[in-house]
Design a binder for this molecule. Structure first.
Ligand code: FAD
Length: 418
């Protein structure tokens, strides 16, 4: 590997983290980082939060300082889209027809917003949010717009709703489920989040969806399937992303809701790896899953780099993520696509609680609303860090002890592992 070239397609969090990890691990061959966006790799979370509200600067959101790549001999090709991969020749075709070779290749192409396929979706004033340019457009529209409709109350929709309210924009949010974030956090937690939005003056149009956007050139109203007509100056749709897996799919890699990778980030093609939002990975605890979390892209970028250098370690990061909405912080650890019991420590109505998602008596995941701390905090022992231990150990716990604030979580954890 000494004189080898490692190419990375996708210059965002997973790709940039992988490039840095290659150097940290002592790789001294060529590192080529190819990215379709014009900006050096940056963090997206502030785009629905502080940066959208104009409180944070773009320069402070870079994954590595701008000078880092040159200083570490990482060739950064920005504004360059890879259009094809030939795994037999080990070459990448770039937009414009140029080819570059690789010895090992990491694909970290992330995801793109799902298309809005309703009449009027091409009117001006309708936005989706993934890049800093999307965010700049929304920010500009929010400066003159008085009324916004947000479509979808997943994480992006919920955070954008909160930020727009904080900017003084009136918001109506349309969501197909009975509460926000129902699929990930369940109806009980979703009910609390719905109440928080309402308290902030948001009108929630639930169990409904968009039939059409109407306006003369620019969006003026949203018509819903149940017949509501929501007048507005701008619309932001947060309806989820699709993984950018076509490049690898066309090259013959196995693809199913993202690029399939094993526990060492390897795709089905020789010497080709994938990480971040695009990768559907095999996890030793959770099985096969694809997540769209900052912590995963950061950790898996590094894991893929180590794997490309021949380290034989499974990627077993215990997933976690956060979301900031108004003054509230949601922290989540583990992964639970389904559960048969949700146990609260602290009353949900108090808006300060932990929720444990159990299946067959075992904690699979936990959420904290303004409680539990950051499970990733290297200093200090947060409650969610203790819960992470419970999830990793996969031992049965007594729900009554989980619920009882007088029982130290240390003891629940210790009793469970005895
Ligand atoms: C507004 C917003 C807020 C978020 N907030 C949070 C949060 O609070 N907490 C949290 O845990 N997560 C959050 N996330 C999710 C987090 O940002 C993503 O999980 C993370 O960005 C994934 O990184 P990635 O490198 O895998 O992919 P991406 O960030 O999607 O980057 C992929 C890159 O690949 C490039 N690319 C794609 N195809 C090609 C090609 N053919 N050639 C060259 N380049 C290509 C793209 O242009 C892009 O730059 C948020 C995301 C958004 C959009």
């Amino acid at each position: 590997m000494a004189n080898a070239r490692i190419a990375i397609i996708g210059a965002s969090l997973a790709g940039a983290r992988a490039a840095a990890a290659l150097r940290e691990e002592g790789f001294d061959g060529e590192v080529l980082l190819i990215g379709a966006e014009r900006q050096p790799p940056y963090n997206r979370p502030p785009l629905s939060k502080g940066y959208l509200r104009g409180q944070e600067r773009f320069e402070d959101q870079l994954v590595n300082p701008a000078a880092y790549y040159a200083e570490h001999d990482i060739e950064l090709r920005l504004g360059t889209r890879a259009t094809a991969i030939d795994p037999s020749r080990k070459t990448i075709e770039l937009e414009g027809g140029k080819h570059v070779g690789y010895d090992r290749l990491l694909v970290a192409t992330g995801g793109r917003n799902r298309a809005l396929s309703v009449p009027g979706a091409d009117l001006d004033g309708i936005f989706q949010l993934r890049t800093v340019e999307d965010c700049d457009r929304i920010r500009a529209a929010a400066q003159t717009g008085r009324r916004a409709v947000v479509i979808g109350l997943g994480f992006i929709g919920s955070e954008v709703t909160a930020s727009l309210r904080q900017l003084g924009v009136e918001v109506t949010a349309v969501e197909g489920n009975p509460v926000p974030l129902a699929r990930v956090l369940g109806p009980e937690v979703g009910e609390v989040l719905a109440a928080i939005h309402r308290d902030q003056g948001v009108e929630l149009v639930l169990e409904d969806s968009v039939a059409a956007f109407e306006g003369a050139g620019r969006v003026e109203r949203v018509r819903t399937k149940k017949g509501r007509r929501l007048e507005c100056d701008l619309v932001i749709a947060g309806i989820g992303i699709a993984p950018n897996s076509e490049l690898l799919g066309a090259a013959g890699a196995a693809v199913d809701n993202g690029v399939l990778v094993d526990e060492r980030c390897r795709t089905s093609l020789p010497d080709v790896y994938a990480a971040g939002d695009v990768a559907n990975h095999l996890h030793p605890i959770f099985g096969r899953l694809r997540v769209e979390h900052w912590n995963n892209a950061f950790q898996q970028g590094r894991a893929a780099a180590r794997s490309m250098l021949g380290r034989e370690e499974p990627y077993d990061y215990l997933h976690s993520f956060w979301s900031d909405q108004y003054e509230h912080v949601i922290e989540y650890v583990g992964f639970a696509a389904s559960w048969d019991r949700l146990v609260f420590r602290g009353r949900p109505e108090s808006r300060k609680f932990l929720g444990f998602y159990l299946k067959e008596g075992i904690v699979r995941a936990a959420v904290g609303l303004d409680r539990g701390g950051d499970p990733e905090d290297p200093k200090g022992e947060s409650e969610l860090k203790l819960v992470a231990g419970l999830i990793r150990d996969r031992v049965p716990v007594e729900p009554a002890k989980l619920a009882d604030d007088d029982v130290d979580l240390h003891h629940v954890a210790a009793a469970a592992t005895r």
